[in-house]
Design a protein around this ligand. Structure first.
Ligand SMILES: [Fe+2]
Length: 526
């Protein structure tokens, strides 16, 4: 491939969790997730998926998205488009926006690997891409292993395990999850199964059945071994919990079967990518294992398919991986409405003191600031926060604002400098990628961010990673309050993380959210 300047190139991933990566007018790398633009979780860009009930989109939405991207480009004379999962119709449409561009097909797992390795700051590491499947040219793989050295990534010989599909398919059986899809294939279930694990125990007599299941991927045969009907919502209560916990246990064993022999052979750091890298319970265990060997684990903010366009871009421009992209997502899409809301809603000037005062009163605040997070987790720019020291804050938050399933945990934010004090085996975690346990002496003081098994989904912060969070925590500490806040994603129920003021005000208006923090103002409900 000839040499290109980064601002002559864009990359597009067209399947679920579609995104486009480009260089914007400020010469900053941007990763715009299609779901945020069309307000449909996991949205697919390619016309191949038009009409798919939950995630498909349409030509009009594609045109609007491409127009928006083009308006933000540093250079509209795009010469090269790196892509995955686009058909000829998609390419023709894109070509109408960028007539001088040549298209180059990339590899799914290599792109995952690039998104992790080039942002890891490691000079050498193993890289494992583990997910529910993606095209590497003419073949679909679910697991690939690589060795990164310098700016080279070389593929290693590795069995094509499939852990992502069996893990999420379990959710279809579980009535507490009440899956929205007709079949076991769904992107929403895996995270919910992981949440349920905390309530169950591993049933030893089931382990061999799950071992077989993670090889043959036959849900019917698993159900027959467990003595249950293979149908949606068939499990409830302790059976749901124990199936989740046993599945997680075997998932971790299988992940170790993949990872540990390579670690023993290469004795080097590890980068984990692919959808399975969202399993923070396994990530934590792998981190603890590696730490004993003086090795390190890295998981990027967007390890699943939402990071593929970025990975394609880094495949071509590895050096750009040093730019932090965690807050490089889509900007506020209706910024022109700000003045209207300013005149319509009561508001006061933002100070950290006021935010802390409201938190201590048990208030719930929504934060909307700048560009969105890249990846599935809200990390302060599209977040809802409150004080986890109120013992029933989790239930209050669910009843008033979030309306989430009762078994899903909420995450803590803690200053990096404090994590050894409050958590067991913690590690710097700017993107909520690990699940350290809270130290037992603090469990009751921050109950709302402690899951049933005492794990937490920790986000660490410094003045560099998220200054407002850090200042809030500084102030709490100064007042003798435990410096930990609860952080969850800011969205309208069932929709992706929001990125429009009108959606933020909709939540303020239609739920019991107490305050909305935008720019230098704190807004209240009318
Ligand atoms: Fe993937």
């Amino acid at each position: 491939m000839q040499n290109y300047n980064p601002n002559e190139v864009i990359s597009i991933y067209g399947s679920h969790d579609a995104s486009i990566t480009f260089i914007d007018k400020n010469n900053t790398i941007r990763v715009y997730e299609y779901e945020r633009f069309v307000k449909k979780r996991y949205a697919m860009f390619s016309s191949r998926f038009d009409g798919w009930d939950l995630m498909g989109s349409n030509q009009n939405e594609r045109i609007q998205f491409l127009t928006h991207i083009k308006n933000n480009l540093n250079n509209t004379n795009i010469k090269l488009i790196l892509y995955l999962e686009l058909n000829d119709d998609d390419k023709n449409l894109i070509k109408s926006f960028f007539p001088n561009a040549e298209f180059v097909l990339m590899k799914h797992h290599f792109s995952h690997a690039a998104s992790g390795y080039y942002t890891s700051k490691f000079k050498k590491s193993l890289i494992f891409s583990v997910d529910g499947g993606g095209w590497d040219f003419n073949l679909v793989y679910t697991t690939r292993a690589y060795l990164g050295e310098g700016d080279k990534i070389n593929e290693l010989n590795c069995q094509n395990y499939d852990f992502g599909n069996p893990y999420s398919a379990i959710g279809w059986l579980i009535s507490e999850i009440s899956p929205e899809h007709k079949t076991e294939h769904s992107l929403t279930n895996a995270g919910k199964v992981m949440g349920l694990c905390a309530y169950g125990k591993v049933r030893n007599e089931w382990i061999e059945h799950f071992e077989s299941y993670y090889v043959n991927k036959n849900l019917e045969s698993l159900c027959s071994s467990l003595g249950i009907k293979c149908e949606k919502n068939v499990l409830s209560g302790q059976d749901s919990f124990d199936v989740s916990t046993t599945s997680q246990y075997v998932f971790e064993r299988k992940m170790n079967e993949l990872v540990i022999p390579f670690v023993n052979e290469y004795k080097t750091n590890v980068v984990l990518v692919g959808g399975c890298a969202l399993n923070v319970l396994y990530n934590q265990k792998l981190h603890e294992y590696l730490k004993k060997l003086n090795l390190e684990l890295y998981v990027p903010s967007n390890p699943n398919d939402c990071g593929l366009s970025y990975g394609m871009f880094l495949t071509m421009f590895p050096n750009l991986g040093t730019q932090e992209i965690c807050y490089s997502g889509i900007e506020i899409l209706d910024a022109e409405l700000y003045d209207k809301f300013l005149s319509e809603y009561p508001n006061e000037d933002l100070t950290v003191d006021k935010i802390v005062q409201y938190l201590k009163q048990g208030k719930i605040l929504g934060l909307v600031n700048g560009h969105s997070e890249v990846g599935p987790r809200a990390l302060g720019n599209r977040s809802i926060i409150c004080d986890p020291s109120f013992p029933n804050m989790k239930d209050i938050l669910n009843a008033k604002v979030k309306f989430r399933e009762w078994f899903r945990p909420f995450a803590p934010v803690c200053r990096l400098q404090d994590i050894e004090k409050y958590f067991e085996n913690p590690k710097e975690s700017n993107y909520m990628s690990y699940a350290p346990m809270i130290k037992s002496e603090y469990t009751d003081r921050v109950k709302s961010i402690v899951h049933e098994d005492n794990t937490t989904r920790l986000q660490t912060t410094t003045s560099k990673t998220h200054n407002l969070f850090n200042e809030i925590l500084n102030k709490l500490d100064e007042l003798g309050h435990i410096p930990i806040i609860l952080n969850t994603s800011f969205n309208i129920k069932g929709l992706p993380i929001l990125t429009r003021y009108e959606d933020a005000f909709y939540v303020l208006e239609n739920t019991e959210l107490d305050f909305l923090v935008i720019k230098n103002k704190i807004f209240k409900n009318k």
